[in-house]
Ligand binder design. Structure first.
Ligand SMILES: [Zn+2]
Length: 216
């Protein structure tokens, strides 16, 4: 059972990835983590990746694909959870080729669907504790601190991250939307796309995902 999780920023993808990892015997693949690992290697390839990451420029599709392929060569390709990958149609097509070579395939593509206005509320309401890092949300009743601007756990001041604002989020969301829409169409045509209402609680979302994975 190979799964791809697709979700816009702040849709709760990380939480669902954790729950899937805890519940199923599954190889969680984050290409961001793979890139960081490879960049620590002493090889020429490792050094090249490190230089790209340090320059802050975007890692090319072909580099990401090469790293993924190398990793897939080392593991069992029948229990994968892909998180943050593929990012565009080119990567998706190459991924299908790679898996086909291993007699494997993507089985489910789960898209967490959350309306833009709700994502924006989550982003702009986010507050973090300066001291212990605990996160709160002023736009979600269950996540508000007891006293505004003060951490419940340690009593220190809360702050807003500089990129948790409407302008930055709008750019990130637009980019996600433009790159992901072709992916969604691609997997829909293959009959693999499953859309889950991402506005539900994390437990409800997870039970919907489990229902999808169970129906094989
Ligand atoms: Zn705190």
């Amino acid at each position: 059972m190979n799964i791809i999780l697709l979700a816009p920023p702040a849709a709760g993808k990380g939480t669902q990835a954790e729950l899937l990892k805890e519940t199923y015997q599954i190889n969680h693949i984050s290409t961001g983590n793979l890139l960081r690992e490879v960049s620590q290697e002493e090889s020429d390839f490792g050094k090249k990746i490190k230089a790209v990451l340090e320059s802050g420029s975007l890692v090319s599709d072909d580099i990401v694909l090469a790293i993924l392929e190398r990793y897939l060569d080392q593991i069992d390709c029948s229990h994968l959870l892909l998180d943050g990958f593929p990012r565009n149609l080119y990567q998706a097509e190459k991924l299908d080729d790679m898996l086909a070579k291993k007699n494997s395939q993507i089985d489910f593509v789960i898209e967490l669907d959350v309306p833009y206005s709700i994502l924006l509320d989550r982003i702009t309401g986010r507050r973090l504790c300066k001291s212990c890092g605990k996160s709160y949300n002023m736009n979600i009743d269950s996540l508000k601190p007891k006293i505004e601007g003060i951490c419940d756990s340690c009593g220190n001041e809360l702050y807003t991250r500089s990129d948790d604002n409407q302008e930055t989020f709008q750019v990130r969301y637009q980019e996600y939307f433009e790159k992901t829409q072709p992916l969604i169409d691609y997997y829909q045509k293959q009959g693999k796309l499953k859309v889950v209402d991402g506005t539900l609680s994390k437990e409800e979302i997870f039970s919907k995902i489990q229902a999808i994975l169970g129906k094989r």
